[in-house]
Design a protein. Sequence first.
Length: 117
Amino acid sequence: VQLVESGGGLVQPGGSLRLSCAASGFTFSTYTMSWYRQAPEKERELVARMSGGGGSTNYADSVKGRFTMSRDNAKNTVSLQMNSLKPEDTAVYYCYAYDVVRQRNYWGQGTQVTVSS
C-alpha cells in the first residue's frame, strides 16, 4: 500500500498550490479519502474529506471557500486545490485513506506547504 503526496512548496500569501496524492495497493474507490495537516507544535487536523464515490465532501471551517478537494477513482488519485493561501496554512499536509467497513487506514508521508513572503 502506498500513498504518495506531491505538489507542496513555498508560496506567497494569496497564492495557490495544488497537492496530489497517488494511491496504490488497495481498492481506492471504497475508501474515504482525506487531507490532514500538521503545523509545528500543533495537533494534526482534518482539512477536507471526500467519500469513496465523491458524492460527499466536508471541509474545515478554516479552509471553506478557499480549498477544493477532488478525486479520480479511475486514476486512483486525490487532489487538493488550495487558493488564497495564508501564512496560517503553513503545515505538512498528509493524505489519508480510510475504509470504515474493513476498518483499515493508511497515511502518506506528507508534503510541506509553506506560505510566506
